[in-house]
Design a protein around this ligand. Structure first.
Ligand SMILES: [Ca+2]
Length: 544
C-alpha cells in the first residue's frame, strides 16, 4: 500500500510538473497569474495621448514627456508603446486651443484628458468617444471597479444614457473650494494676525504693500495677488471676496436656486457689486499690482517665486502649486485660512457639480481599446494597491503620476477624512498602503525631519488646520453645488464662453476703474439678454 501511494504521488507530481512546464512554454513568465486587464500584449501596440503640459511637472534622470518612468513601465509590463500626440500647456489656453483644433479636424489622440463639458457633448455627438461600458466590466480590476461605487456622481458625469464614455477624475466637491493663502513670514514681519473679515483682509493687504513685509527696505511688494482672469481661474481669483458677500461662485460660475426658489447665477447677484467695490478700492489704494491685467497663471507664478506677493485666494492645493516654488527656494511657508467673511452675510462657497470634472476619454477609433483599461489598471495596481512603498515613491510622488496617460485621479484630499482620524491617534496601520506616505509626510514635515516638496504639499492640505480640514469642517453648511451637470442648455454651449468673457472684462474694468462701479448693473442686463436668461430658463427645465 505504501509503495502504491508513493508511486501515485510521484505520478501526480510529474503531471503537475508537466503542466507547469507546458504553461511556462506557452506564456510569458507570470502572465498566467495576471487578471485579463493587466496582461501584456503579445505584439507591441502603440497608443497616442494628449499631454497636459505644466510647470508643475517634474522630470528626473533626463526623462521627457516622450520617455519617462511611466512610458517605460507601460512598455515593460504591458508591451504598449506610448506616443505623445501633442503636448500643450494646461495653465494657459494652449491645451484648450489644441483640443478645439483636433476636435475640428476629428483627429483625436487615443487618450485625452479634458474637463470641458462642451467638448464632451460635442465629441460624443460626433461619435468620437469610445463607449467604455463593456470594456470596463470586462477589463477593470476589482480595485478599479470599486471606484464606480465610491464615486457614483463622477461616473454618472462621465456617462450618456447610462453608458460610460470615459474614466472620471473623481474630484469631490471640496476640491474646488476657495481659501485665503498667506505667507507665514510676512505675517510675522508685519506683526499682523490672519484676517477673519474682509476689512481685516484689506488691512493685511495694506500692510503687505506698504510695511515692507520682506524687510528689504524697498517698496516692492503687493498685498493681494490677482490673475488677469479675475474669476475664471484657480489662483489669483476674487471669488473668495464674492463668497464672503453670500454669493456662491466657482470659476465659470455657479448656477443655483436662490432664496425665491428660482434658478439664478452667482456673478449677477447684486452683492457682487459690493464685492467688486472692495477690490476696486484695493486697486485704487495700490494694494493690487496695476500690471495684473496682463498677468496670467505663469506670470503670477513668477511673482510668487520672486516674493512680490504674500496673499492670494486659491484652491486647496496651494502648497503643491505655486507656493511650493518659494518653499523649495527659500523655505517660505504659505498656509491656507478659511475665507475672511463680511459681517451681515452668510458666506457661500460655490463649487461645480460633482458630476463634472476632468474625464479621461478614449478615441472611438482606437485600434487597441483594451489598452486604456490595461494602463489604468496598471496605474492603480502600482500606486494605490502596491505594498511596496518604493512603487508609490517612483510612480506617484513628485508629480510622476501625471506622466501616465490615464490614472486614478484620487488626489490626496480624497483620503482626508481617514487621515484626519489617523494623524492625531498615530494610527498609520488603519490606512490603505497608498495613503500611508501622506501620513508619513505630514508627520515628517511637522517634526521638521522631512522638508521635501511632497511633505510640504501634503502638509498644507492635511495638517489639522490644512485646507482639507477647513473644507470638511469649517465650510460645512456653506457649500453650494452648481446645478448644471453634464446636460447643458444649447444656448449655454454656444454663448457660455462669450458670457464668461463679459464677466471677466466687466469685472476687470470695474476693478481698474476703466468703468464705473454702476457698470455692473448694465452688465447684469447684458448677461441676461445675451443668452443668460435663456440659460436660466432652460436649466429650470433640465434640472427641475
Ligand atoms: Ca520690500
Amino acid at each position: 500500500m505504501e509503495t502504491r501511494r508513493d508511486s501515485r504521488t510521484l505520478s501526480l507530481l510529474l503531471a503537475v510538473l508537466m503542466a507547469l512546464l507546458t504553461f511556462a512554454v506557452a506564456l510569458p513568465a507570470g502572465a498566467e497569474e495576471l487578471p485579463i486587464g493587466l496582461q501584456p500584449y503579445d505584439e507591441p501596440v502603440t497608443i497616442t495621448w494628449a499631454v497636459q503640459a505644466s510647470q508643475v511637472q517634474k522630470f528626473f534622470d533626463g526623462d521627457t514627456y516622450d520617455n519617462n518612468r511611466w512610458s517605460r513601465k507601460i512598455k515593460e509590463d504591458l508591451n504598449i508603446d506610448l506616443e505623445v500626440a501633442f503636448s500643450a500647456d494646461i495653465s494657459t489656453d494652449a491645451y484648450r486651443n489644441k483640443i478645439n483644433a483636433v476636435m475640428a479636424s476629428g483627429d483625436l489622440p487615443d487618450i485625452v484628458r479634458w474637463g470641458d463639458r462642451t467638448f464632451f457633448n460635442q465629441a460624443h455627438e460626433a461619435g468620437y468617444l469610445y463607449d467604455l461600458t463593456d470594456m470596463f466590466d470586462q477589463y477593470a480590476t476589482d480595485s478599479v471597479k470599486s471606484y464606480s461605487a465610491r464615486y457614483p456622481d463622477s461616473f454618472k458625469g462621465a456617462s450618456f444614457d447610462d453608458r460610460l464614455y470615459g474614466f472620471p477624475y473623481m474630484v469631490d466637491n471640496f476640491h474646488q473650494a476657495v481659501y485665503l493663502w498667506i505667507r507665514d513670514d510676512w505675517l510675522e514681519n508685519t506683526g499682523m494676525q490672519p484676517p477673519t473679515t474682509i476689512e481685516e483682509m484689506v488691512e493685511l493687504a495694506r500692510a503687505f504693500t506698504f510695511d515692507d513685509p520682506d524687510k528689504n527696505g524697498a517698496n516692492d511688494t503687493y498685498g493681494l495677488a490677482l490673475n488677469n482672469r479675475v474669476v475664471n481661474t484657480d489662483f489669483g481669483t476674487i471669488s473668495g471676496v464674492i463668497s464672503a458677500f453670500g454669493v456662491p461662485t466657482y470659476n465659470q460660475g455657479c448656477f443655483y436656486r436662490g432664496d425665491d426658489g428660482k434658478m439664478t447665477f452667482g456673478f449677477i447677484q447684486p452683492q457682487v457689486k459690493d464685492a467688486l467695490a472692495v477690490v476696486r478700492q484695493m486697486y485704487a489704494d495700490g494694494l493690487i499690482d496695476p500690471e495684473f491685467v496682463v498677468k496670467d497663471g505663469g506670470t503670477l507664478e513668477a511673482d510668487v517665486a520672486s516674493g512680490k506677493v504674500g496673499m492670494m485666494y486659491h484652491m486647496n492645493w496651494g502648497t503643491w502649486y505655486p507656493f511650493n516654488i518659494i518653499f523649495e527656494a527659500d523655505g517660505v511657508i504659505t498656509r491656507p485660512y478659511p475665507i475672511p467673511t463680511q459681517p451681515g452675510y452668510d458666506y457661500k462657497i460655490g463649487i461645480e457639480s460633482n458630476e463634472t470634472g476632468d474625464v479621461f476619454f478614449l478615441n472611438a477609433n482606437c485600434e487597441h481599446p483594451e489598452a486604456f483599461m490595461k494602463i489604468l489598471n496598471l496605474y492603480d495596481a502600482t500606486v494605490n494597491e502596491s505594498n511596496d512603498p518604493a512603487d508609490f515613491q517612483a510612480y506617484w510622488a513628485d508629480e510622476q503620476y501625471r506622466l501616465c496617460p490615464v490614472y486614478v485621479g484620487i488626489p490626496t484630499e480624497l483620503y482626508a477624512p481617514e487621515l484626519h482620524v489617523a494623524l492625531p491617534t498615530n494610527d498609520r496601520d488603519s490606512l490603505v498602503p497608498g495613503v500611508r506616505p501622506y501620513f508619513d509626510w505630514v508627520k515628517g514635515f511637522e517634526a521638521g525631519t522631512d522638508t521635501n516638496p511632497n511633505a510640504y504639499g501634503t502638509w498644507g492640505q492635511m495638517f489639522e488646520r490644512g485646507s482639507m480640514a477647513i473644507a470638511l469642517y469649517d465650510y460645512e453648511g456653506h457649500v453650494v453645488q452648481s446645478v448644471m451637470a453634464n446636460e447643458r442648455p444649447e444656448i449655454w454651449m454656444t454663448n457660455g464662453s462669450i458670457l464668461q468673457s463679459l464677466v471677466e472684462t466687466t469685472f476687470t474694468d470695474i476693478i481698474t476703474g476703466a468703468k464705473d462701479l454702476d457698470a455692473f448693473d448694465q452688465f447684469v442686463q447684458e448677461w441676461l439678454s445675451n443668452g443668460g436668461q435663456q440659460t436660466l430658463d432652460e436649466l429650470e427645465a433640465i434640472y427641475p
